[in-house]
Design a protein around this ligand. Sequence first.
Ligand SMILES: Nc1nc2c(ncn2[C@@H]2O[C@H](COP(=O)(O)OP(=O)(O)OP(=O)(O)O)[C@@H](O)[C@H]2O)c(=O)[nH]1
Ligand SMILES: [Mg+2]
Ligand SMILES: [Zn+2]
Length: 308
Amino acid sequence: MKGTIYKSTGSWYSVKGEDHAFYKARLKGKFKMEGITSTNPIAVGDQVAFDMEDELENRVMINDLFPRRNYVNRISPANRRMHHIIASNLDQSLLVATLKDPRTSVGFIDRFLVTCEAFHIPAIVLFNKADIYGAKEMELFENRKAMYEAVGYKVLLTSVRTKQGIDLLRDVLHDKMSLISGHSGVGKSSLINEILENENIRTSEVSDWSGKGMHTTTFAEMYDLPKGGRLIDTPGMREFAIADISKQELSHYFPEMRAVMNDCQFNDCMHINEPGCAVKKAVFNSSIHEERYVSYLSILDSIQERQW
Ligand SMILES: Nc1nc2c(ncn2[C@@H]2O[C@H](COP(=O)(O)OP(=O)(O)OP(=O)(O)O)[C@@H](O)[C@H]2O)c(=O)[nH]1
Ligand SMILES: [Mg+2]
Ligand SMILES: [Zn+2]
């Protein structure tokens, strides 16, 4: 049977078959690995083929992986030589950020956006916990919103507490396969719970509620939206280490730089100190936001060129 991976713990998988039933799956021993650079051969969102192993217990064996339409990966926090595939076959990617408790940095958001650009996955930036923002945070929000909208990203403001922005979020997620990422504690699982309208949450998740909120998510897991579409909840990440991007190509993944870099004097301009650099000129006249340029320099600095 054919199916879609809904959850992966590394040792077993939850797969939803074409018959809409969930199966507990293992990987066939000699499963072809797509190279040795990925820590996980199968990720949430993958389309797979499987054989029944134990009909009574709904256990199956995955024997094939269908080609991925796309995927998002990052450098594995456990082993910096390896990549970790976060999810595959996505329509869009939602970054959940907060401006208080905790504050998400522009640098973190930009690393995520660069990765989405590199994988050609439309990205949305959502600021959650609006209910605890004071005047200072609201001013910061307006600045961030203007900055990201100018680059072409959709920006949302939500609160799970007051339900602010939830209807709009529901519209944005409708009928799409969306990856939900962000630091731990920003409210990813809370937002998903809200959007699922408590119809679709499996009982194990309900018992996860403590007085203070949900327990921290440990594995990526996909959920079906009641009116169509799917969400992938992911564990919070502390840092987002970008995989597979060279210093030379980095500026292509800043849409506002991509738009002007043809006017740089040198073809191989890295937009640092070169004469006649159109990107630096745009930063000076504020048509490129300085904070985005600072992110660019910082990411550039962090890219280790591979020495084979
Ligand atoms: N004030 C306020 N608190 C919120 C909001 N959304 C979530 N929280 C709280 O923030 C805490 C973390 O929420 P989670 O949904 O578990 O966060 P998460 O992003 O899934 O965290 P990880 O699973 O660790 O990555 C909980 O105590 C929630 O109740 C919000 O809109 N406003
Ligand atoms: Mg969570
Ligand atoms: Zn330049």
